[in-house]
Design a protein around this ligand. Sequence first.
Ligand SMILES: Cc1ncc(C[n+]2csc(CCOP(=O)(O)OP(=O)(O)O)c2C)c(N)n1
Length: 327
Amino acid sequence: MNKLLAQKLSHSMRRIRTVEETIAERYSEQQMRCPTHLSTGQEAVSAAVGEILRKTDLAVSGHRAHAHYLAKGGNLNAMIAEIYGRVTGCARGKGGSMHLIDESVGFMGSTAIVGGTVPVGVGLGYGLKLKGEQNIAVIFLGDAVVETGVFYESINFALLKNLPVLFVCENNQFSVYTPLEQRQSTTLDIYERVAGLGVMTEYGNGNDVVEVYNKTKNMTEKIRSGGGPAFLQFDTFRWREHCGPNYDDDLNYRETSFIEKWRSDEPIARFEKYAIDTGLLKETEIQTNQIEIEAEVNAAFEFAVNSPFPHADEASKHVFAEQHIKG
Ligand SMILES: Cc1ncc(C[n+]2csc(CCOP(=O)(O)OP(=O)(O)O)c2C)c(N)n1
């Protein structure tokens, strides 16, 4: 760890959190009219993986995609405008929070269908391999994706073709309100089951950005040198409700002791304590950084609010069906 990397990781995690918390704060203004799945508390995985990926690598995600899109270099103004349904949005205001895309930075899309982008990511990896490039395809997924059939088909194909694909599983231990142990056999942990399929795997604390960084770096190097697909499992914790801007701890689907354990080990405070204690960062630098981030985020919301809605003529433009018919 050096100072520059420490600055980047702190900046990236704070930027993601500030974006998510500003969405939560402003959601009740009723101008963001799409569902939003926030990543507050889960910032470390995106920040660390985002630092390692190259612009020419490709990434896909699911419904909880804001952090992945930003970490891959997606445009903040375009993301907020997308959530506001404006024509300046990254999907021209037609996708909303769950359908982010920016091909110019290799963020190849996110969808609301759990597991839906897994085969897409594997296909992207196949394309990269055929082109003989050293780039990799990253698939961000939640723990519930491991319950879908397409996940296993995709792993099989990635292995069969020895594809440069990295599966990054953020295990926040819940699928909406249902805990992992009511959905999956826990005889083996997720990464142990996946290892049984023959994939390189690694497991770590998803709230420890240094651990995520080191383990991901190590794995991406193996993939780039032809080692085939790999699966990373990072355990973490979502602060807010599954979908929406609120806290829902009053519903009691997560034990208070569980919430307190994870909240007390949250990724930003954990990392910055380490960085300050070891002289990598100063408190004043962090504060200045936060002020700059807030200015950037506020400007993005201003951009969105002042952008026009798409014209009605655009309704059937830039959609798959139209492309297909014209095809
Ligand atoms: C195929 C499919 N089944 C069910 C749903 C409803 N659904 C939306 S999000 C979600 C939970 C996903 O959990 P996980 O993948 O662990 O991600 P997290 O929300 O915890 O980040 C479910 C079941 C869906 N969108 N798609």
